[in-house]
Ligand binder design. Structure first.
Ligand code: NAP
Ligand code: MG
Length: 500
């Protein structure tokens, strides 16, 4: 894709007028309490907006609005093709503002424009279009019966769906979760992460323009402990889709069990491995892909390659290439598309990543690249690409999610050992394998325990590929694909007696 140049993005930034109010029942509103919270640009530490600081009372207003909208069928009762047309209109509006969304995401989340203009913003347009297109192609079923009966199996929306979003893909995850819920006929209440609420709020405002009826798409900004927990405990929320940490995911299950047994769809953390076999022939390509997989989105990606498992025979040669490719990933001005690395989302998060780097050194892994905060003079929270060698599977840096631009290299000697290492984790989100041997590839793809396995590339697949974790990376949850719509529905059987 072609990027604009830095000055064009800076001009867009100057013109931005962020939506800072909640979107509830078709209106932009302040929090009931009148409170606000500040949002900062992680690339320079400067305040960029004061956002409505919602709490339980605003959640209740949004859920009641969503419930009314569901019950009077202003959305669920539309024909699927009408819902499709309105979601397509939303995609077109987003596309018309795609550069503004990219810049807004960059200044709010610290993501480089290299990522937001190339991936987050256009990827969100594509995701809405794919889901909208599916809305009127879904089929219900009839099962075989004798002549005296008719049996239908139909999918019904739940009602009010709550969507809780993390800060690493604020727009893209908002879209990937809420559009399937809407396509299925639910009404939604979205809670963005407090650190990165601006693109979800802008999407909420655009949804009104697109003809999504009032109350069908609500956005309630505020903290996880207030807004998130209130959604999880609300008796009128029937399904909650959560993307974030395993710890918070666990708490949502408790809230559900203590209240109305709402469905809980969980997308949680990852500690994703790549396995590189000794028969690879293009070291440049493989090293390039591994570094991309670890450093894209500044490493703030649940599917980032954090554990690099390389066959002992080629470890030295491939490691040298990996270090060379890391040289292309420099931190810098996030509005300059030549910089591929952005900032950590907050000072606190940066300190957590630096702590892990210290722990890795203390555990005895060899720090062979990076490891430091850089560009301190900007006031931003940048960490340079960091590589550990000889990371052992027992080390905390190998077992725990660091969530930063840090990869660790571990050697192996056989396919059996590679599979054992890859699976030696409580996570199971994505794995990549590189080999030219068909039998080895098939064995690795079948035996590695992960929701997605990409072969000779790093990829989560396209819009038709379901995405979701195994083990503690989550359950009940698949993004993208027709399954993403199904998960926002209940399966109903209708059994009829006919007169013979
Ligand atoms: P997080 O702390 O779990 O927060 C995620 C969301 O949950 C935020 O909106 C947060 O709100 C909210 N929240 C916090 N405490 C809550 C509570 N007690 N009740 C309800 N909601 C609550 O995770 P994060 O640090 O933002 O995001 C990084 C994590 O997300 C990583 O573990 C990463 O692997 C995971 N992730 C997974 C996927 C995937 O597809 N599997 C994709 C992206 C990210 P506030 O932040 O506003 O307080
Ligand atoms: Mg921010």
């Amino acid at each position: 894709m072609a990027f604009l140049d830095r000055s064009a993005y800076a001009a867009i930034e100057r013109r931005l007028k962020p939506t800072v109010q909640a979107v509830i029942d078709g209106k932009l509103v302040d929090a009931v309490s009148g409170r606000t919270f500040d949002s900062y640009n992680p690339a320079n530490g400067q305040k960029i907006a004061e956002i409505a600081g919602c709490d339980e009372r605003d959640v209740d207003l949004a859920v009641q609005a969503a419930k009314r909208a569901f019950e009077d069928k202003r959305w669920a009762g539309l024909s699927p093709s009408d819902r499709k047309a309105r979601l397509q209109r939303l995609a077109m509006l987003l596309e018309a503002h795609v550069d503004e969304f990219a810049v807004l995401e960059t200044i709010d989340a610290g993501k480089p424009i290299y990522d937001t203009a190339r991936s987050d913003a256009p990827g969100s347009v594509e995701s809405i279009l794919w889901t909208a297109e599916a809305a009127d192609k879904l089929l219900d079923h009839m099962t075989k019966t004798g002549d005296t009966n008719l049996s239908m199996v139909v999918r019904e929306p739940f009602g009010v769906a709550a969507i809780i979003v993390p800060w690493n893909f604020p727009l893209y995850i908002t879209v990937m979760k809420s559009m399937p819920a809407l396509a299925a006929g639910n009404s939604v209440v979205i809670k963005p992460a407090q650190l990165t609420s601006l693109t979800a709020l802008k999407l909420g405002a655009l949804a009104l323009e697109a003809g999504i009826p009032d109350g069908v798409l609500n956005v309630v900004p505020g903290s996880g402990s207030k807004v998130g927990a209130a959604l999880a405990r609300h008796p009128d929320v029937r399904v909650i889709s959560f993307t974030g940490s395993t710890e918070v995911g666990r708490s949502l299950l408790s809230h559900s069990s203590e209240t109305n047994l709402k469905r809980v769809l969980l997308e949680l953390g990852g500690k994703c491995p790549v396995v590189v076999m000794p028969d690879i022939d293009d070291y440049d390509y493989v090293a390039d892909r591994i570094v991309y997989a670890a450093m894209a989105h500044s490493g703030l990606n649940c599917t980032a390659t954090a554990r690099v498992l390389i066959h002992q025979d080629i470890k030295e040669k491939l490691t040298a290439k990996i270090l060379e490719k890391c040289g292309l990933w420099f931190c810098g001005d996030t509005l300059d598309p030549r910089n591929r690395m952005g900032a950590m989302v907050s000072e606190e998060h940066m300190k957590g990543v630096l702590d892990y780097i210290r722990i890795g050194r203390e555990e005895g892994a060899d720090l062979i690249l990076g490891g430091r905060q850089v560009l301190e003079e900007t006031g931003g929270y940048f960490i340079e690409p960091t590589v550990f060698d000889n990371m052992q599977p027992w080390m905390r840096i190998s077992r725990e999610e660091i969530f930063g631009p840090v990869m660790g290299i571990t050697p192996f000697r056989s396919v059996d050992e590679a599979i054992a290492l890859a699976n030696d984790t409580e996570y199971g989100l994505l794995a990549s394998v590189y080999s030219n041997d068909l039998n080895t590839v098939i064995r690795l793809t079948r035996e590695i325990c992960a929701g997605t396995v990409s072969v000779n590339c790093y990829s989560e697949g396209d819009c038709a590929s379901p995405f979701g974790g195994f083990k503690q990376s989550g359950f009940n949850c698949k993004d993208k694909s027709l399954w993403s719509i199904e998960q926002f529905t209940e399966l109903k059987s209708i059994w009829m007696q006919l007169r013979g």
